[in-house]
Each structure stands twice: as C-alpha cells, then as structure tokens.
Design a protein around this ligand. Structure first.
Ligand code: GLU
Length: 422
C-alpha cells in the first residue's frame, strides 16, 4: 500500500498496546514482563533452487508468542518487508485474538521475506516446502498450527501439509489449516475472515440502530480479506464505493459491482485493479480519506492509519480487517473524534475461528456442511462482540481496550494457574 510503514515498529506498537491494558487491569508487573517476550523464535535460511539453476537464500521466521491456553496458532505470510519484529507483533496479536474468541490456542505467526510475485509457481513450491521442513521441530497438530496470511493461500497450505506428512511418514492434515477442501480443508474457510469482518459490522450497526443497507463502505486491500468482506457486504445491500490494491483504488459514488470485480480479478492475468476498465481511479490515500463514506475497512497491512493521516479520516466506523492497521497514536486521534474502531483481534477473528473448526474436523476426520460452519462462526463472533461491547460500555473504554482487557486477563489467569516452570 502507498502509506509508508518504515517508521513504525509493529512489535513496539504491540507492546505499547499491552502496557496500556496492563495499567488498566492492574496486571502484575511480573506477568506483564512475561507476556512482552515471545516464548520461542526461530529464524531459518531457506535456500531455493531457482528455475535458471541459480540458488537464492531467503530468510524465514516463526514466532510462538504464548501457549498458556493451548497449542499456538497463526498464519504465515510472504512479503518483502517481513522481519522479526513484525512477526513478533503478529504472533502477540494472535495470542489476544484466540483468547478473545475463547479458542483453545495460544498465538504464533510466521513469514518469509520474499516477493512471491517474482517467483514462478515451482520456485514458490520449493520455497514453501523448505520453509515447512525447517519448521518441523517446532510445529505439529498439538504444538503449533500454521495457516494462510498475506500472499499465502490454500495451495501453499497443501504443499506445507504434504511436506510435514512426508517427513513424519503419515498424512497429518491437522498440522496446518486453510487447506483445500480435498485435502482436509474446511468448507467456508476461504471466505471466513471477510465474512467475520461483516458479521462484526452488522452486530455493531444493530447496536447503533443502523442498517447495513444504508452504509457506504471503502475497503483498503482486495486480497482474501478485503474481497470477501466486500462481497459479503455487497450481498447484504451495502454500497461499496471504493476498493484498492497495491496498483490503484477504484471509486464510484454510486457503488461498485463487487461480483463483477471479483470475477475480473480471478480471471485477469495481472490480477490487479489498475487493469479494470471501469470506475474512477484514485490513490490509496484518497480512499482512506473519502468524505462520503460511513465505514472504512483497512484490510491489507499494518501501520496504515498513523498520526499523519488519522485526522483526515472521515468515516465514523473503522473495522480492522488487517492486523495492526492503526497505530496507538492514531487511535487516540480517532477516538477523540468519537469514531468507533473495532480492533483487529475481534474484527478479523473469523479466519482463525474457522481454522479452529478445520483443525477440530481434521482431528475427528468428520467434516461439516458449510451451513454449519457459518452458523457456528456467526455464533462465536456474536458472542465475542457482545462481551467486548458490554465491557466497553460498562467501563467507558474503547473496544480495543475492552477486547484486550478480556484477552490479557484470560491469558494471565491461565499463566497464574499453571505457574512458572520449574
Ligand atoms: N492469518 C490469519 C490471522 O491473522 C488466520 C490465522 C489462522 O487461521 O490460524 O488471523
């Protein structure tokens, strides 16, 4: 995305958010100290034989933040800017996300510093397989379960599962989630994060006595999360007036036809919005600052709403489809202008929730219909939203502080019960 994230260290941002909630819930300083530090970090070199015979070496990461509540869970991404502090922050956010959703997991995240668009399909497969192989000592259905994230998808997960299975000598579908349905994936997993974003939005709107049909929405990012959120909201009758990807943003005050756009993206060779022949092209910055929208959904990368642009955001509601899109300083500005920010750990938790369903189905070798998946997803998201909304209103705090207060207290309680080894 166009907003530069060079000055923002996501891990510092995550620690700042944790410190703020620690103060609010009077968390013991020893527990705070414990939670600031990831439990385990692995950095690996991934040599890949390229199609032309040369060898390139990429750096891969896996950080397991905390496993007080269960095995660790979280996706892995392919992006040139991946670095240890980013993965640490994303792992910590997964701990809170799983806790706020009451999933029996701790948090983890992984990534490889690579631009996947510069690799052929077979190079990507070799990269994925070597990365998976390097992680074997620390992953497994009972240890740490990866999943898709930015620029990784069901095919990536199938390679990952196969590599792990080859190494252990039997097929182990539960080692990773977000797989294709044919190899143990769950119905509804691909759409789950985007759907969850819109479930959260509709819950919020019902509290505000508003109807999604009257909402004008802009979505930054048109990958798995952005496109599925757009589609869900579009089908519910909302007007999606703008969407963007790395190439451009498309804008039409009368609303975009999301079904046509998705068909275009899925069938066009470049898969970029800039090649779409209709609608006005605006910049990502203009999209964020549109004045004719009610809802802004950042659904790409972290650190896109900062103190530099927070003042210019006109939407009253910000739903964090991405992880960590709003810096703590920017959130203060938004809250001072009475905007409602639904935090990432709640807003985008639909993905990991259906990942949990997938893992449960894999462990039981018993698979559910899509209807059942979606019903259960809606139930868990609604339950979590209610909890956070009520806490925020009772304590007169932001939805983020409320979600964090619940999640951090829950992890702290588990730590206290388990005690510190030895
Ligand atoms: N990468 C997604 C997230 O940030 C999904 C993680 C998962 O399914 O484990 O929540």
């Amino acid at each position: 995305m166009t907003t530069k994230i060079k000055d923002i260290n996501p891990y510092e941002m995550a620690v700042k958010q944790l410190e703020e909630v620690a103060k609010f819930i009077n968390l013991k300083s020893s527990v705070l100290e414990y939670l600031k530090h990831p439990k385990r970090e692995l950095i690996v070199s991934i040599p890949v034989r390229m199609d032309d015979g040369s060898v390139k070496v990429f750096t891969g990461y896996r950080v397991q933040h905390n496993f007080a509540l269960g095995p660790t869970k979280g996706g892995f991404r392919y992006h040139p800017n991946v670095n240890l502090d980013e993965v640490r922050a994303l792992a910590m956010w997964m701990t809170w996300k799983c806790a706020v959703m009451d999933l029996p997991y701790g948090g983890a995240k992984g990534g490889v510093a690579v631009d996947p668009n510069k690799l052929s399909l077979s190079e990507l497969e070799r990269l994925t397989r070597r990365y998976a192989f390097e992680l074997i000592p620390i992953i497994g259905p009972e240890k740490d379960i990866p999943a898709p994230d930015v620029n990784t998808n069901p095919q990536t997960m199938a390679w990952f599962m196969d590599t792990y299975s080859m190494a252990v000598g039997y097929t182990s579908p539960g080692v990773v989630t977000g797989k294709p349905i044919e190899v143990g994936g769950s119905k509804g997993r691909v759409e789950a994060t985007g759907k969850g974003v819109i479930f959260v939005l509709t819950e919020l709107l019902s509290k505000l006595q508003k109807d999604i049909k009257n909402m004008r929405i802009a979505i930054q990012g048109f990958g798995n999360v952005g496109s599925n959120a757009a589609l869900e909201a579009y089908r519910l009758g909302a007007k999606i007036v703008a969407v963007s990807d790395v190439s451009t943003a498309l804008y039409d005050p009368n609303g975009l036809n999301i079904e046509e756009l998705i068909t275009f993206i899925n069938t066009s060779p470049g898969k970029q919005l800039i090649n779409y022949p209709h609608y006005s092209k605006i910049t990502n910055k203009e999209l964020m600052e549109l004045d004719d929208i009610d809802v802004l959904i950042p659904a790409a990368l972290e650190g896109v709403i900062t103190e530099d642009n927070a003042d210019y955001i006109k939407a009253d509601i910000i739903i964090e489809g991405a992880n960590g899109p709003t810096t703590p300083e920017a959130e203060k500005i938004l809250l001072s202008k009475n905007k409602i920010v639904v935090p990432d750990i709640l807003a985008n938790a639909g993905g990991v929730t259906v990942s949990y369903f997938e893992w449960v189905q894999d462990l039981q070798s018993f698979f559910w219909e899509e209807e059942e998946v979606n019903k259960k997803l809606k139930k868990l998201i609604t339950r979590a939203f209610e909890k956070v909304w009520t806490y925020a209103n009772e304590h007169n705090v932001s939805l983020r502080l409320a979600a964090y207060a619940y999640a951090v207290s829950k992890v702290a309680k588990a730590l206290e019960l388990r005690g510190i080894f030895p």
